[in-house]
Design a protein around this ligand. Structure first.
Ligand code: FES
Length: 346
């Protein structure tokens, strides 16, 4: 005969699975042998001590291994990166292994059972939790084992040392570096790709050219480039300009900027005053220059004024004129720092 839909209601409730109880506690060697306990204690302290050694090695490698243009290399890799990573990793690993050994061999390992209870603890449970916590602290032996406690404190304190040493990478304060560029009176404005000088008649109305100071393409008396490597990149990052040509009648210069251009040709910093993206999205009809990063828009016919977007300052303008050979040159340097804000900008 099959079950009716309600037949299960008449069945007796199933018996709960009997509680198997706890296995009898097996003491560890370190629980019963004082020598084994002392040995484990020394092992743990040695691991914490080793961590301190790796933290110091980190600092030694940081100063000893060269970085930059001619770095020290090991097997074709940057030795500084490898050494710093390995030393810091091993310092952390030794603390981790020491802590695990401490817990496995020396802290209390009594099996316990905790039955489920309602989420909110009663006052008695809380008191009991605090007392269990204190018991755990006592069983960890942190008060009784000054060797472990002090070596752990030493190892974790030493981990702060690499972090402090790395602050050196913030480098020296920039001083005047952010406020100035290499532009000054008489420097030719040249095309950024090939260093070709520019005559006003080379540009048509509506055109935009990316420019740089001619210095970046010149050599000194010994035939060495005036700017190269990191120095060139740093100078270039601030000195990049754009040159645009408009109808002279469209330009509305400030009273003190009336002679800052040549036949409708004006020169501006290429570095956005918001957070420093290079800009050259030029809209000929409106004379607007759009920054692709956050859409700040500058009116180049109106002194680089911000007409849209998050930039807070106009685009700095470089006063230009022509030299005796008819090429565009700076008639002065920038009159204000180029690029985004910084603390000392004022
Ligand atoms: S960097 Fe140009 S708008 Fe943000």
């Amino acid at each position: 005969m099959g079950d009716t839909p309600d037949s299960h209601l008449a069945r007796p409730a199933p018996e709960p699975i009997p509680d198997p109880g706890l296995e009898p506690h097996e003491p560890r060697p370190t629980d019963v042998d004082e020598k084994a306990e002392k040995r484990a204690e020394r092992q743990v302290a040695s691991l914490f001590g080793l961590s301190m050694v790796f933290a110091v090695l980190f600092c030694v490698c940081y100063f000893a291994l060269k970085v930059g243009n001619h770095p020290t290399t090991w097997l074709g890799m940057g030795a500084s990166n490898v050494a710093l990573g390995v030393c810091f990793g091993l310092a952390l690993l030794c603390i981790g292994i020491g802590a695990i050994q401490w817990a496995r061999k020396l802290m209390g390992d009594q099996e316990i059972v905790e039955y489920r209870h309602t989420a909110a603890s009663s006052e008695e449970d809380r008191v009991e939790a605090v007392s269990s916590l204190m018991k755990g602290v006592a069983e960890s032996g942190i008060a009784r084992r000054p060797l472990i406690r002090n070596s752990l404190l030493g190892a974790t304190a030493m981990l702060g040392l690499p972090a402090i040493v790395l602050l050196r990478d913030l480098g020296p304060l920039p001083g005047n570096d952010l406020s100035t560029t290499v532009w000054k009176k008489g420097i030719r404005v040249v095309q950024d790709v090939d260093g070709a000088p520019i005559k006003p008649e080379d540009m048509v109305v509506g055109q935009l050219v990316n420019g740089e100071p001619a210095l970046f393409f010149e050599n000194d008396a010994e035939g060495e480039p005036l700017y190269e490597g990191v120095r060139l990149q740093q100078a270039k990052a601030k000195a990049a300009v754009i040159i645009v040509r408009m109808q002279p009648d469209d330009i509305t210069p400030l009273p003190d900027r009336k002679n800052w251009g040549v036949e409708g040709i004006l020169c501006y910093s290429k570095i956005c005053t918001h957070v420093g993206c290079p800009i050259s999205l030029w809209e000929q009809q409106t004379h607007h220059l759009l920054c692709p990063c956050h859409q700040s828009t500058f009116d180049l016919a109106n002194n680089g004024k911000v007409v849209f977007g998050p930039a807070a300052r106009p685009l700095p303008q470089l006063p230009i004129t022509v030299d005796s050979e008819g090429y565009l040159i700076a008639s002065e340097g920038f009159q204000e720092p180029v690029g985004p804000s910084f603390w000392e900008r004022g």
